[in-house]
Design a protein around this ligand. Structure first.
Ligand SMILES: *[C@@H]1O[C@H](CO)[C@@H](O)[C@H](O)[C@H]1NC(C)=O
Ligand SMILES: *[C@@H]1O[C@H](CO)[C@@H](O)[C@H](O)[C@H]1NC(C)=O
Ligand SMILES: *[C@@H]1O[C@H](CO)[C@@H](O)[C@H](O)[C@H]1NC(C)=O
Ligand SMILES: *[C@@H]1O[C@H](CO)[C@@H](O)[C@H](O)[C@H]1NC(C)=O
Length: 350
């Protein structure tokens, strides 16, 4: 009883209950890492060099054997798993999507329950109903110990598999829960629906998916979050964008310049577009180990907003480790990049 009273009053109780994970001096934390779950056939895409399509699928489904062996070899202390794209965002029916999300989160929690020293998870969410999405996120964080959510771009919906985007004010009910829980939401790309492929990708089907279409479509979504004032209404939100920010920080000058011309047209964004990338938006290096770009983005948004991740099994952890080892950074800078920033952003220290 005394312990309970002290616990509810002072901070050290937080420390006492803090998450226990495999925190070595030099290891990394990576968190755009996909897992495939029963009922959710991912769009497996193309395997990395030296990996067959069958191995890629096996790697997606495995957690405790091959994946863990690669983690040990590549010095990965801790990995946050998420359901492989498009996951629930590919389910048009709202009831089916909600059932699938709850089941996926329970399955993922059970799958990693015997090794939370090495694995954490982001929740899968049905984004048909903002209130329901907030309820499931709260359950995943407070009851399953999840570290946030990962959404695969837009929610496919309706009889025509149309698209729903999160900047819509109907999602404010969701964002208020995210802000209250103080967890990040990762925005991951997804495959295009048939109508979009027919209009925009018929001329060159090779550019669908990771080579180009992922970044084009997801960057629409992210720029829209800013322009539609989501970060003005919820100034403490934390959003993560992979693949070195889906190219957006490379284009700040032009986006800032051209959006400034829309001020006074009813646009609810109250700050400069690029400013949200210093306060609310974080980017990871998943599947984009471009050193020049990393340096340029660091100059644009600051080292505190950029975090290491791999995109396993579409990219191999070994390739990431080789790249990290060759980066010209001081020891503290490198530690922050591969781990320190992630401890803060994911709340692993609380
Ligand atoms: C912690 O992670 C390192 C990789 O950084 C690994 O070699 C080590 O075996 C892990 N320790 C435990 C107890 O899992
Ligand atoms: C967790 O369970 C899986 C599946 O039974 C098993 O392969 C793995 O070795 C277990 N891990 C630990 C750390 O006990
Ligand atoms: C959205 O979900 C909430 C909470 O489950 C529910 O009360 C509400 O009726 C749902 N709205 C619609 C339009 O289905
Ligand atoms: C943005 O600015 C407008 C105009 O000054 C103001 O009416 C609105 O409340 C502001 N939005 C937020 C979220 O502060």
């Amino acid at each position: 009883m005394v312990h309970f009273l002290i616990c509810s009053l002072v901070l050290w109780c937080y420390t006492a209950r803090a998450r226990i994970w495999n925190n070595t001096a030099t290891g990394s934390i990576i968190f755009e890492e996909a897992v495939s779950l029963p009922n959710l056939r991912p769009n497996a895409g193309n395997p990395p060099p030296g990996v067959t399509q069958a191995q890629l699928l096996a790697n997606l489904e495995d957690v405790h054997v091959q994946r863990l062996a690669y983690m040990d070899q590549a010095g990965v202390d801790y990995m946050v798993l998420s359901c492989a794209s498009p996951c629930v965002q590919g389910v048009s029916d709202p009831v089916e999507a909600e059932t699938l999300a709850t089941g996926a989160n329970n399955d993922l929690a059970a799958l990693i329950s015997n090794n939370t020293l090495r694995f954490g998870a982001f929740a899968a969410l049905a984004m048909h109903n903002a209130t329901a999405a907030g309820i499931e996120l709260r359950r995943a964080v407070t009851q399953l110990g999840f570290l946030g959510a990962l959404v695969n771009d837009y929610q496919q919906s309706g009889a025509d598999n149309g698209k729903t985007y999160l900047p819509d004010p109907q999602y404010d009910a969701f964002w208020s829960v995210v802000e209250e829980l103080d967890v990040p939401v990762y925005f991951h790309p997804r495959s295009a629906i048939a109508q979009v492929i027919a209009l925009d990708y018929f001329h060159s089907t090779w550019i669908e998916g990771a080579p180009h279409q992922f970044a084009v479509m997801l960057s629409n979504h992210i720029v829209g979050l800013c322009a539609n004032g989501v970060f003005d209404r919820f100034p403490k939100l934390k959003v993560i964008v992979g693949h070195l920010g889906e190219r957006i920080p490379s284009d700040f000058w032009r986006i800032d310049e051209m959006l400034a011309r829309k001020v006074g047209t009813g646009m609810p964004m109250n700050k400069t577009f690029s400013s949200y990338w210093k306060t609310n938006i974080y980017e990871t290096t998943s599947g984009n180990f471009a050193t020049d770009l990393l340096d340029f983005h660091t100059s644009q948004i600051g080292a505190g907003q950029i975090l290491y991740s791999v995109d396993y099994p579409f990219v191999m952890m070994e390739q990431g480790q080789e790249w990290v080892e060759g980066l010209q950074m001081g020891p503290l800078e490198k530690w922050n990049f591969i781990k320190g920033n992630a401890i803060q952003l994911l709340g692993l220290d609380r």
